[in-house]
Design a protein around this ligand. Sequence first.
Ligand SMILES: *Cc1c(COP(=O)(O)O)cnc(C)c1O
Length: 420
Amino acid sequence: MKATMISRHDCSARDLDDPLAPLRQQFDLPQGVIYLDGNSLGARPKAALARAQHVIMAEWGTDLIRSWNTAGWFDLPKRLGDRLAPLLGAGTGEVVITDTTSVNLFKALAAALQMQASDPAQAARRIIVSERSNFPTDLYMAQGLAAWLDRGYQLRLVDSPDELAQAIDADCAVAMLTHVNYRTGYQHDMAAISSHCHAQGALALWDLAHSAGAVPLDLNGAGADLAVGCTYKYLNGGPGSPAFIWVPEKHQARFRQPLSGWWGHATPFAMEPGFAPADGIARALCGTQPILSLALVECGLDIFAQTSMEAIRRKSLALTDLFIALVEQRCASHPLGLVTPRGHARRGSQVSFTHPHGYAVMQALIARGVIGDYREPAIMRFGFTPLYTSFADVWDAVEILRDILDTLAYDIAAKRDAVT
Ligand SMILES: *Cc1c(COP(=O)(O)O)cnc(C)c1O
């Protein structure tokens, strides 16, 4: 099929028709920047500055320690978890915002292994299934936990999603999967895989780092068992903002995690010497949270509350379809390879292309204001965030990419920064 050529005018016309376009006004983005890295660090909600000032001056400065009660600091992980829950398809009292994704994954995986070990019918299982292409920290945390437990747990890593069904078998205790792959943008079928896990007697633990705020999620509807994810990516919580953990009501009574700090205690201020886990989601907490950073997560959630994940998904697919079509039309003579699935059901909210000089080309793009990022091997990654990316932005980004490629305006000896 020969696609018709798309013009910049077509893209601007789509912006005029876009119901999400006004939300861009709620973000502060520098002039001259097309920001296609919201999958790594979301842009700043304008409201975050005033919120930070209020927390620092009024809550901390004036009210001091009283703010644990009067400003609701102590309940913030649960209150914000409840605000995030609808975006995940989770229930009230099933999510807390706390700690980091790595730490929450450790807690969730430990709890899942413990749930299996305490069930005589499942206790012999020793395999944790994941993907070799998973984000490294997930694999590292699983390796660390398995070595620490020293009970013979082993990671079984598959090289392709097609191998998962076979790998999740009668020896598998937990499938620990990232729903949308950070490098390729491939999206798993959460419901199908979770149900396969259950048919085999395994548990399904999902990492939603590249899914939360990016694609519609239905954790309870999909029958997932546990989940974790970031708030600083598509949720625009700010650099290093605390992560989330979801423990569904059906598993809360059995959920025990090893980081049994006082925030997870049934009566933290009774100051008892023995640990007794709180009822409900609070048992997923450990200790005192970074309140300043945690408070700013709400500014991102306030923007999501003005739209729906369905509207965001519609625009996300339109943006990524447009980007793929424009790159293929305008950069056709260059050695670019699409690694993101074309099928909508299997695509997250990013598009990745390989290029033999991917790192150098990305550095040239960034120098000209088109901010994406680079991931080994040879992958240029472009994240699309419907809350603040326009259709004209997509046109302009591809035009700059075309110019860089046509004129060879990149330095193949470009020095690597520590963070690529
Ligand atoms: C971004 C990301 C993380 C980040 O973990 P941190 O503990 O926040 O550093 C973890 N897992 C996946 C799949 C990610 O994409």
